[in-house]
Design a protein around this ligand. Structure first.
Ligand code: CU
Length: 118
């Protein structure tokens, strides 16, 4: 039983360490990243089009404010599929190339959005 306790303690410690280190790791590669936020509701993505600076890491946060089919969407250029329940948020990180357009759309291709890197 003593052995099990130790393992549990280690796992908890690692989880706490991971949580506290995460923001530092995100900033570790020199320089500020850029932040962007896209809100999702029953009518789609807001804003549906945004531009970012090329060559600089983007932290893109999707915030779900309501139910709708945009709660499940794909970002083919980043090979990401995201499903988000109302009230939840998710941040993805990527570094766009100059001139790149990164589109995202709900699975029915009804609601669309795009990020353009300049
Ligand atoms: Cu749809």
């Amino acid at each position: 039983m003593k052995h099990i306790k130790t393992i549990t303690g280690l796992a908890l410690g690692a989880a706490l360490l991971g949580a506290s280190l995460a923001p530092h790791i995100a900033h570790a590669h020199g320089g500020a990243h850029q932040n962007a936020v896209v809100t999702i509701d029953g009518k789609g993505f807001h804003p549906a089009a945004l531009s970012v600076q090329a060559g600089k890491e983007v932290h893109l946060t999707f915030v779900s404010k309501g139910a709708g089919c945009a709660n499940g969407f794909t970002i083919p250029a980043l090979k990401r599929t995201i499903s988000l329940q109302p009230g939840k948020r998710k941040t993805i990180e990527f570094t766009p190339k100059k001139g790149q357009t990164i589109a995202f759309a709900c699975s029915m291709n009804m609601f669309k959005g795009k990020i353009t890197a300049k």
